[in-house]
Design a protein around this ligand. Sequence first.
Ligand code: 6PG
Length: 245
Amino acid sequence: MILCDTLEDLTRKAAHCIAQYLESRARSKQRISLILSGGSTPKTLYQHFSAPPLIDKMPWEQLHLFWGDERCVPPDDPRNNYRLAYDAFVSRVPIPLENIHRMPAEGPDPFQAAVQYETHLRQFFSGSSSNFPEFDLILLGIGADGHTASLFPEEPALKETKRWVVEVVSDKLEIPRLTLTYPVINHASQVIFLAAGFEKAPVLRCLSLASVGSSDFPFLQVKPIYGGVTFFIDETAASQFDSKR
Ligand code: 6PG
């Protein structure tokens, strides 16, 4: 866990860590795969990728970008996660267009869109011996209710064990979404969580306890089978940590 003073400190440290990790993976693999998160926390982080020094460090030719979840809105909608990344860095870095794998969530049928993206992922990972794709790095945020990607408390998507991508249609959500499922996330080589803001402090407190106990926040179910998990948390999000530890 990396505790950061401020959001700016968090995004700078996380951006450098991500670039260094991807650069190291690119030394041993032809194609490396990064899952981007939506939300406001990564926005500043993404901007670091489109400016020196990181724009010159990132292995753009080998890097393939995917999304962990998406709202069912057109790609030019300001709520769209692809647009968030496109505006923050994708439109301003030398990444080949064919390396950008957007979730096509804007259609009328979220189920069909989920099937379509899963098919695309299966094609990209067709050489893999595993039943699930092994992404090099997955970036995730954490909501104030403990959700991550679009894996929300008490939603059926939490129980999915076979599909790689599912639709999230719930009267608790303003807009239907698509999300990667736990089996995919838990097959990643590395997961990085980004969490900042006082509103995250109550759900993050469990990270400071000897045992998370009965907490069943969705983000706690992210337990990569082979990979590692790193939390970048700012002081405000850690403000309810149990200081006795
Ligand atoms: C999204 C994200 C979502 C986000 C969290 C935290 O599409 O919004 O996938 O899981 O990461 O809600 O969002 P903030 O970074 O804005 O706090």
